[in-house]
Design a protein around this ligand. Sequence first.
Ligand code: COA
Length: 140
Amino acid sequence: MRAADIDAVVAAEQDIYDFPWTRGNFTDSLAAGYSAWCLTENGRLVGYAVMMLALDEAHLLNLSVLPEARRRGHASGLLRHLFAVARGRGATRMLLEVRPSNESGRGLYAHFGFTTIGERRGYYQAHDGRESALVMALDL
Ligand SMILES: CC(C)(COP(=O)(O)OP(=O)(O)OC[C@H]1O[C@@H](n2cnc3c(N)ncnc32)[C@H](O)[C@@H]1OP(=O)(O)O)[C@@H](O)C(=O)NCCC(=O)NCCS
């Protein structure tokens, strides 16, 4: 993901999420040197991911596939790429947060063998207040 990709990423993010990341979240991620990737098909954005690497841990901060491109293995491809990048940078574990109500996200992470290791209460904004996050982890 480069600065030139941010317009398309922000537009997709706003389509996908009720509480989307802001443009600033993406530009800050690039400025901080996070591992950020766009997946394109015939030149069009179909997915993107942002991961923070710190010592031996990789923290998956955003993984999204556009609605019309889902269930075709794009998230799986992005995740496998992130695993390779993380391992290459010395990470031995990947962590992420997911909403308990997010069936596609939970389905994807279960498919890859992530297990729930904890819960962060009130982590996410929700329409009726706050929603907890499940913390999931996978040994790399
Ligand atoms: C979650 C998401 C990234 C999955 O993207 P995708 O490209 O459709 O995923 P894949 O095609 O690689 O799916 C791989 C596996 O994940 C699981 N999975 C994917 N979508 C699922 C769903 N809606 N329900 C249950 N399991 C699902 C399945 O096991 C699937 O394998 P299968 O298709 O052979 O059954 C996508 O639905 C998305 O962007 N959702 C909104 C954003 C989001 O919630 N991101 C995760 C936030 S933590």
